[in-house]
Each structure stands twice: as structure tokens, then as C-alpha cells.
Design a protein around this ligand. Structure first.
Ligand SMILES: Cc1cc2nc3c(=O)[nH]c(=O)nc-3n(C[C@H](O)[C@H](O)[C@H](O)COP(=O)(O)O)c2cc1C
Length: 170
């Protein structure tokens, strides 16, 4: 895929994975694709996640206070597309996909490489996203081996070529 935006190409040099973040509140489940997930603390183990507050998942994540990060495998671009280009506003994305509750109760995709169970500690506004800081309360491998999918392998699946400015510093 040709990417015209030089700032998009620049950001694609940041190595990121591709994840499906499962949320639940009061029996309402949903999940969305996220590439903005990173490890931020060792003791205790913590993750940061950047979420667009316009996502249908956002109020469930905040009200439920927990989420589960399923790490996608290298051949699972179709799952990244399903959970990242459909919204719970229109579709039940978890229908037809094998999933189970994590220990915390958030949905985990059975076919992922691994998952992390997380508890929200705090949140910080960050431009058009909100950064969620979370303690990792559990997690395990779901498959004995496999390679994680990388964000740069997905081209412009998230449409960020259009959303990013085409030059920096203005
Ligand atoms: C490859 C990819 C990466 C994405 N990364 C993020 C992300 O890090 N944070 C986010 O809030 N949305 C991200 N999105 C967008 C959401 O997955 C998308 O808006 C989704 O439809 C939200 O679903 P929901 O409305 O059911 O919560 C990404 C989408 C794709 C395709």
C-alpha cells in the first residue's frame, strides 16, 4: 500500500503491536483494536493504553475499571480489521468470534497469542485520546508459539494517513 503522508510514514517507524482490548461493564461486553499499548512499569507491572473517548468501548472501560489486552498473531490482520473498523454502535463484534472471560471478567480472544488482564489506575487526557494507566493483574500465553502482528504490517488499516498532519511543527 502506498502511504502518501510523510508523517504517517515517520510514525510507522515506531514499532507497535496490534491488540484487541476487551472491556465489560454490568454484563455489557465489547472489544476494539488498539496499537497504542505499551509497558510502562516493572514493579508493579503496568501498561498504558491510549483510547479514543469516542469509541463505544470507552464508557465500558471507565465504568468497569478493567480490561484485557489480547495480543494478535502475525496472520490475524482480519481480526484487527473487524475489531478496528466496526463499532459496537453498529455491530456485535464478539459474535462469531471465540472468546472467554479473563479472571477479571473482560473478554479475551481465544485465538490470540497471549493476553494481559488489567485494572485501571488512572487516566490522562492526551489530545484526541485518553491515556489509561493500568496495573497488570494477570495474563498468560494462549498459544505455545507464534509471532505477534506488527502495526506497520497493516498499512493504513486505521485510516491514520488522513488523520495525521502531513508536516510537523506548525
Ligand atoms: C490497526 C488499528 C489500530 C487502532 N488503534 C487504536 C488505539 O490504539 N486506540 C483507539 O482508541 N482506537 C484504535 N483504533 C480504532 C478503534 O479500534 C475503532 O475506532 C473501533 O471501531 C472502536 O470500536 P468501538 O466503538 O466498538 O469501541 C485502531 C484501529 C485499527 C484498525
Amino acid at each position: 500500500m502506498s502511504l502518501e503522508n510523510p508523517v504517517k510514514r515517520l510514525f510507522m517507524t515506531l514499532t507497535q503491536g496490534v491488540y484487541v482490548v476487551g472491556v465489560v461493564d454490568d454484563g455489557r461486553y465489547n472489544a476494539f483494536t488498539a496499537s497504542s499499548v505499551m509497558q510502562v512499569s516493572l514493579q508493579p507491572p503496568m501498561l498504558a493504553l491510549a483510547v479514543n473517548p469516542g469509541n463505544a468501548s470507552y464508557p465500558l472501560l471507565i465504568a468497569g475499571g478493567i480490561f484485557a489486552v489480547t495480543v494478535l498473531q502475525s496472520d490475524q490482520a482480519a481480526l484487527a480489521d473487524r475489531f478496528g473498523n466496526l463499532s459496537a454502535k453498529d455491530d456485535d463484534k464478539l459474535a462469531g468470534v471465540a472468546w472467554h472471560d479473563s479472571v477479571s471478567g473482560a473478554p479475551v480472544l481465544d485465538e490470540g497469542l497471549s493476553y494481559f488482564d488489567c485494572r485501571v489506575i488512572s487516566k490522562l487526557p492526551a489530545g484526541d485520546h485518553v491515556v489509561i494507566l493500568a496495573e497488570v493483574t494477570g495474563g498468560e500465553f494462549l498459544q505455545p508459539r507464534g509471532r505477534p502482528l506488527r502495526y506497520d504490517e497493516l498499512g493504513d488499516l486505521d485510516g491514520s494517513n488522513e488523520l495525521l498532519p502531513d508536516r510537523l511543527g506548525d
